[in-house]
Design a protein around this ligand. Structure first.
Ligand code: BGC
Length: 747
């Protein structure tokens, strides 16, 4: 087996696991083929390989450019016949017969839509995430697409940012595990398989830390944060063989990512040994003008190429400027050769030189295949997070015969698919209303109350309330339309929109058992509504099969097992809010005085007051990792293999996990660690391991986590990445706020 990736200091043990995967073959033959091609290419043909364009819509319009070798990759062409015609022109009519690379944003499914990535993260199940990516690859490649701009690995701690929907939430470790799973799913066992597509880890890097959650905004991430929080998922994806990396839109501390050589070359290639190619985000090279980082497009091209960009998506600065810049000696042809080599290497690995064509008959059997729908349903089921279940309202027992189904998301086939759906068909979505109506033994009173999530027209609410009164229980489907999250859709207020809050209040006043099912692209501030509901099931937009999954969960054919991949704030003013914060000099231990505890005309004092908001307190509404089940789980006392380990040693933690309730169910056991003192202040807890464990009622399973000391390493400016001896604490629990600390020491 060829080892492509030289490993620098790896962020996580999973990096090492990732490296043992069969690679796509950086081999001497490919490199010598590239040498041979490069020696025949004109400068214009080389620059053409660096150019990615969005489909202009017709093959004829693009034919001349493809024939002349001026396009290396096309995004957004998904008609197989067109893909084949374009590839035929590239292969047979261009001088050197170099295939095109066809790309698309396949973010959480191509036709069969899986839950949005944030929902997939809530499964804490890398295997279903890998399978989802595999399904996406099979469907997308059947349309001729061989490269997706996914996974999005931006750690995001601010729910105002619309793109939290596209990522794996706030935690670098969870994001890394899920990112690796997606890369493996897309790329399969071998990239040369026509049903494999190249992955793109994006957006490199820090994009999720946009100021005040406004998309495209500046970030100010200091080096240690960058290395300890934002870079690790990309390092893991690169080590897992992700073939491409996308440079992000944001400027961090004044340097736009697309012009940042320290990131795109020194770290990515120098430290991590990445040998795929770097693509810009859409016009992110050109936007270096708006950033005020470049004065003209010649400078754009120079800075992007010098930084380490290989392919320019849609700024055209490379095609426009590089010919002249080479002639003037401002950039060297060797630099361009290097970028071409990186791109051709990926095209070779994908097998495109041997066969760039798609079998046009595949679509019918591949799109929405029954096995794809089954996997999407499983993913949706596992993504559901039960936040509240007073008096065991859920699942509905045989005494529940009449169900009032209300709310704007009950029958919203488009919106339940979530953001970034270009190709999924809404008429394939099965809504909760449809799924519930198909179930035997219950009758459904449907009265939506509101037509869509932003609807302020309260006229229908009375009907919804009447339906509730006539029923044994009421299920209110609320949340956000798909368009309210995703790229360029950030919010300053993340509470329920339209008259949904009124709807919940009025339903609650009926006294009927109220189950609130939320479908959204982000954590919402729903403290009041949670208080009013008897049970709350949180679904991040669940995709094509959301309805059947929800029906199973409500009726007890499935048991919720999802856990929150982001901390839920009580109020938007608490964001950014995340569990792995530093302790601060005046940490809040939960005995905070709130605004109404303050006496009138109280004198100025800071005594007793610590780091929290007077009007929100310190705690979130729900912590990271939280999620209930219809059953209960008991954690046995964890046993550590040693209470002292060496810097190069390993800790084994094992414990019994028992299902102490009446339903079969899965628990996500989580292991957190705290480094008590260090050369830098360290987070109060960091997720280091997790495992989904399925248990029958009464069943006990022995769970073992292996934790090499190396996984407790962190980066500081002087010593770079290192393990610091000292005292640590460890927790094993069902969420980030539970469990008892156990001490251990690294010597
Ligand atoms: C987004 C990327 C996406 C690209 C191509 C950009 O606007 O930021 O995530 O992959 O467009 O569609």
């Amino acid at each position: 087996m060829n080892t492509i990736f030289k490993l620098g200091a790896c962020a996580f043990a999973l990096v090492a696991v990732a490296c043992s995967k069969p690679q796509s073959g950086a081999n001497a033959e490919i490199e010598s083929n590239i040498d041979a091609l490069l020696s025949q290419m004109t400068l214009d043909e080389k620059i053409g390989q660096l150019n990615q364009v969005s489909s202009y819509g017709s093959v004829e319009a693009m034919a001349d450019e493809v024939r002349a070798g001026r396009i290396g990759s096309i995004l957004n062409e998904i008609e197989p016949a067109n893909v084949n015609r374009l590839q035929r022109i590239a292969m047979e009519e261009s001088r050197l017969g170099i295939p095109l690379l066809i790309a698309r944003d396949v973010i959480h499914g191509f036709k069969t839509i899986f839950p949005i990535p944030l929902g997939q993260a809530a499964t804490f199940d890398p295997e279903i995430v890998r399978e989802g990516a595999r399904v996406a690859a099979a469907e997308a490649s059947a349309a001729g697409v061989r490269w997706t701009f996914s996974p999005m690995l931006d750690v995001a701690r601010d729910a105002r940012w619309g793109r939290v929907a596209e990522g794996n939430g706030e935690d670098p470790y969870l994001t890394s595990v899920m990112g690796v799973a997606m890369v493996r799913g897309y790329q399969g066992d071998t990239l040369g398989n026509p049903a494999s597509i190249a992955a793109c880890a994006k957006h490199f890097v820090g994009y999720g830390a946009a100021e005040s959650g406004k998309d495209y905004n500046s970030t100010n991430i200091p080096p240690a944060q960058l290395h300890n929080v934002y870079l690790p998922p990309f390092e893991a994806a690169a080590a897992a063989g992700a073939q491409t990396i996308m440079s992000s839109f944001n400027d961090n501390d004044g340097v736009p990512a697309t012009g940042n050589r320290a990131l795109l070359t020194d770290i990515l290639r120098g430290e991590w040994g990445f040998d795929g190619f770097v693509v810009t985000d859409w016009n992110s090279a050109g936007e270096m003008l708006s950033h005020g980082f470049c004065a003209d497009s010649a400078e754009v091209a120079t800075k992007a190429l010098n930084a380490g960009v290989d392919m320019d998506m849609m700024s055209f600065a490379f095609v426009k400027e590089l010919p002249r810049l080479v002639k003037e000696g401002r950039v060297s042809e060797a630099q361009i050769d290097n970028a071409v080599r990186n791109i051709l290497r990926v095209k070779y690995r994908l097998g495109l030189f041997d066969n760039p064509y798609v079998d046009e008959s595949l679509r019918d059997s591949v799109f929405y295949a029954p096995s794809h729908l089954a996997a999407a349903k499983q993913a949706a089921t596992e993504s559901a997070v039960l936040l509240k279940n007073d008096n065991h309202v859920l699942p509905f027992g045989s005494n529940v015969k009449r169900i009032a189904v209300v709310g704007p998301m009950a029958d919203a086939p488009h919106d339940q698919m979530g953001t970034w759906v270009f190709d999924g068909d809404k008429d394939k979505s099965i809504t909760p209303l449809t799924a519930l109506r198909e179930r035997k033994g219950i009758s459904i009173n449907y009265a939506p109350g509101l037509a869509y999530s932003r609807d302020n027209n309260k006229a229908g609410i009375a009907q919804a309330v009447a339906a509730a009164r006539q029923s044994d229980v009421v299920v209110a489907f609320v949340g956000e339309e798909a368009i309210l999250s995703g790229e360029a859709h950030s919010l300053a207020d993340i509470s329920l929109k339209g008259a949904q809050r009124q709807l919940i209040a009025d339903l609650s006043a009926t006294g009927k058992p109220l189950v609130m099912v939320v479908m959204a692209g982000r954590p919402l501030t729903i403290a009041d509504e949670v208080a009013k509901a008897d049970a709350v099931l949180y679904m991040f937009h669940p995709g094509t099969m959301g309805g059947p999954a929800i029906a199973d969960l409500l009726l007890g054919d499935a048991n919720p097992s999802g856990k929150l991949p982001m901390t839920f704030p009580r109020m938007v003013g608490q964001v950014p809010i995340y569990y792995a914060h530093n302790n601060t000099g005046r940490p809040c231990y939960g005995s905070e005085a709130l605004i109404n505890d303050i006496p009138l005309e109280a004198g100025q004092t800071s005594l007793g007051n610590t780091s929290y908001h007077l009007d929100a307190g310190f705690d979130p509404l729900f912590p990271f990792g939280y999620g209930q089940s219809y059953t209960t789980f008991a954690y046995g006392e964890p046993h550590l293999s040693a209470d002292h380990i060496a810097k190069d040693g390993k800790l084994t933690v094992d414990f019994d996990l028992t299902n102490t309730g009446d339903y079969e169910g899965a628990e996500v056991a989580q292991l957190y660690v705290r480094d008590l003192h260090g050369s830098l202040a360290r987070p109060v807890k960091e997720l280091k391991r997790f495992q989904r464990v399925n248990l029958k009622p009464g069943e006990t399973q022995h769970v073992t986590f292996e934790l090499p000391a190396e996984d407790l390493a962190f980066w500081n400016p002087e010593e770079k990445r290192h393990v610091e001896p000292g005292q640590f604490q460890l927790w094993v629990a069902g969420d980030s706020q539970s469990g008892q600390p156990i001490a251990f020491t690294i010597e």
